[in-house]
Design a binder for this molecule. Structure first.
Ligand SMILES: *[C@@H]1O[C@H](CO)[C@@H](O)[C@H](O)[C@H]1NC(C)=O
Ligand SMILES: *[C@@H]1O[C@H](CO)[C@@H](O)[C@H](O)[C@H]1NC(C)=O
Ligand SMILES: *[C@@H]1O[C@H](CO)[C@@H](O)[C@H](O)[C@H]1NC(C)=O
Ligand SMILES: *[C@@H]1O[C@H](CO)[C@@H](O)[C@H](O)[C@H]1NC(C)=O
Ligand SMILES: *[C@@H]1O[C@H](CO)[C@@H](O)[C@H](O)[C@H]1NC(C)=O
Ligand SMILES: *[C@@H]1O[C@H](CO)[C@@H](O)[C@H](O)[C@H]1NC(C)=O
Length: 464
């Protein structure tokens, strides 16, 4: 505590002992198990993948490493791709691979460009180089010709859903078939799509790809999509819903899905945190993912801690903690991994600013790294107790390694004594204003780990 430093005799201070650290005990109880973790990730939708594709080596590899490498990057394990619906590649749109065949019963017309707005290349890098296994394809909208407003943008909804009749007919089955075709194109390119979503922010009408669907309408479509996946031997692909703009509005969607009897067909409930943050778990027994968050308001910031600003890495380390604990989430995804300077006044939507042939890394990336590199897919969250002023989560990984992630919310360093692991070896990494997930000393004696967490810093311990 800083106040103690002031009362230390000068002679002691002069001997360079440094400020005395308060000492906190943390106990992990691996017998108390919570949710299984699927991972952490990002999207490169809306042509953001091209930011990386257009970088020359060695910078291209450096940025890919920053996102996926488990020794010098964030070690992300989930890629969320946008399934294109737009008529062209103008602006930052994601082009669709379907043309209007005239009616929903006509043979579909599909033209695959093998690029998918840079996302296919990006997914292949993630899979082949870094072993990423979780690929989430999510459509912001159906193609315009399948919708009430004949436009993939500006709201509207899929013809044939309750309350949505169109003279062109009922396009629900055509839309489900289209999503299956997307999975096939990815499979042909060596990428297994593991999760599939058919809406994004269905409670918000925007000038870009968007459609308005309520929970009852979503349930109606799930009753078409679910058997369509089964018919195509794709029952292993997890249907997600509904990517609502905030945690509260998604709770309403989740209730509507349940009321309509489709909860068991939805493998993962998905929500964003823009219009409301995580204040509790979703009303479901299925898995829950937080699939999109970012700081839309702030100017580009690479700060770790600037008084808790909305772009601070520290703020997001805390938000991820809240998601994993209060929110019971199995995944916590950021919005885009990269973005250029011009888009949206260079705000904090991105983790990495790609600026022509240069790039800058925000501390938000390192907040993610602390979790994503230590808590790997399949890990189970377990109980972590104690530590005043600390926010601690603990996870048992599939390989038996115990990850304990500690955020120090106080201004001064705290020394930690961590029991309950029975381990014999420990490694630790720290992020704060001056460190980016750097190795930091920790030791273990008779199963008890000793280490230290700097003020407003985060340390991840991995114990075996
Ligand atoms: C991750 O980075 C390390 C250190 O630079 C490098 O040796 C390793 O090859 C990278 N891993 C992958 C999968 O590229
Ligand atoms: C969803 O929209 C349909 C069509 O407009 C409407 O009939 C239904 O009441 C809505 N459901 C809810 C839960 O709002
Ligand atoms: C994709 O799935 C197929 C069929 O389940 C499997 O044989 C293949 O190994 C998977 N490919 C990758 C890259 O995971
Ligand atoms: C699904 O798998 C079955 C059994 O392997 C096979 O007979 C059938 O052709 C497959 N269907 C499709 C659409 O791939
Ligand atoms: C947490 O999520 C799991 C599924 O991952 C679910 O079984 C459990 O009921 C959820 N707990 C709460 C409190 O919502
Ligand atoms: C440590 O040992 C205790 C007592 O044998 C046991 O209850 C606990 O589950 C063990 N913890 C781990 C992480 O293996």
């Amino acid at each position: 505590m800083r106040s103690l430093v002031a009362i230390l005799p000068l002679a002691v201070a002069a001997r360079n002992i440094g400020p005395r650290q308060s000492s906190q005990k943390i106990t992990v109880d691996v017998t108390q198990r919570y949710q299984i973790i699927d991972g952490f990730g990002i999207s490169e939708a809306f042509q953001r993948a091209n930011d990386i594709l257009n970088l020359k080596e060695p910078k291209q590899t450096q940025v890919l490493d920053l996102l996926f490498n488990t020794t010098n990057g964030a070690g992300f394990t989930i890629v969320r791709n946008g399934i294109g619906s737009s008529p062209s590649n103008a602006n930052d749109w994601m082009i669709t691979f379907a043309e209007d065949p005239g009616s929903p019963t006509s043979a579909p017309i599909y033209t695959w460009d093998g690029k998918d707005s840079g996302q296919l290349w990006f997914s292949q890098q993630a899979a082949k180089r870094y072993g990423v296994k979780t690929f989430y394809g999510d459509a912001w909208s159906a193609p315009g010709f399948m919708k009430t407003n004949k436009d993939d943008a500006n709201g509207g909804t899929v013809c044939g859903l309750p309350g949505a009749t169109c003279s062109s007919g009922d396009w629900r089955q055509a839309y489900a078939d289209y999503l299956v075709q997307y999975v096939k194109f990815y499979a042909e390119a060596g990428i297994n799509v593991t999760h599939l979503g058919f809406v994004n922010e269905p409670d918000l009408k925007t000038a870009y790809a968007s459609m308005l669907v309520n929970g009852t309408q979503a349930a109606d479509f799930i009753k078409v999509l679910h058997p369509t996946l089964a018919k195509n031997n794709m029952s292993h692909i997890v249907i997600t819903c509904c990517e609502a703009t905030g945690w509260s509005v998604q709770s309403q969607y989740t209730q509507q899905l349940k009321a309509a009897g489709v909860e068991s067909m939805v493998g993962v409930i998905t929500a964003h945190t823009y219009t409301s943050g995580i204040s509790g778990s979703q009303p479901t027994s299925q898995k829950v993912w937080e699939t999109e968050c970012s700081d839309l308001s702030g100017g580009w910031s690479t700060a770790w801690y600037s008084n808790g600003g909305s772009g601070d890495g520290y703020t997001w380390a805390n938000n991820i903690h809240t998601g994993l604990t209060t929110g019971n989430v199995s995944a916590y995804l950021w919005w885009v991994g990269t973005q250029d300077r011009a888009t949206n006044n260079n705000n904090n939507e991105k983790l990495i600013l790609v600026d022509g042939q240069d790039y800058q890394v925000s501390k938000r990336l390192w907040a993610y790294a602390q979790y994503s590199r230590t808590v790997r897919p399949g890990a189970v969250r377990v109980k972590a107790l104690g530590g005043s002023g600390l926010k601690t989560t603990a996870f048992v990984n599939v390989n038996g390694k115990l990850a304990v992630n500690v955020i120090n919310t106080g201004a001064d360093a705290v020394s930690i004594s961590l029991s309950g692991s029975n381990g014999s070896a420990v490694q630790a990494w720290v992020t704060d204003n001056t460190h980016d997930m750097e190795a930091t000393p920790a030791s273990i004696t008779e199963g008890t780990v000793t280490g230290s967490v700097p003020g407003r810093g985060m340390v991840s311990f991995v114990i075996l």
